[in-house]
Design a protein around this ligand. Sequence first.
Ligand SMILES: [Zn+2]
Length: 184
Amino acid sequence: MNTVFSAFRGRLGGKPAVESQPEARLTHRAAFAIDHHRRPRVIPENEGLAIVKYGLREWPVLIDTSPCNFGGYRRWLVCGTCQAKRVALYVFGEHLACRKCMGLRYGCQHESERDRAYRRANAIRELLNWKPGIAHPNGPKPLGMHRTTFNRLVTEHDSLVNRLLGNASKWIEQAESRLQRMGR
Ligand SMILES: [Zn+2]
């Protein structure tokens, strides 16, 4: 996948209690970069909210904290799609979301079958102009796309999603039976 990885550290002003900085590592496809020389910026509005700006686009992002081992707080960006606390959010087209929701992977990381399915499903969603993230409902057929192409992509997408969610429910079952064995 043609992804461009870039690093950015956002600086928090104001609040003296806040020592750590939210670090937004964002990635985007070169094709979507309006101005690829400019990196996404994280601009804290207050303790709980930041604005991520990239080119002409901007997204409000919630900031969450968790205590550090040695005092102070670690700050996280909250993914607007899955609400998880993340170190990094990613720009993909008009969307800003975490790696999981985008189906992205780290460049040289071993890619599991599950990650591959995630990525493929999200690649199809992108082709169809659907909202990234398999948790979202399917969208309509894009204008100008041939009906047979659309049907083929939807069939592949749905079978990937079934596989991924099927896996998840299997994991949940396993976890539940583990808990039952532990007498909880
Ligand atoms: Zn997410």
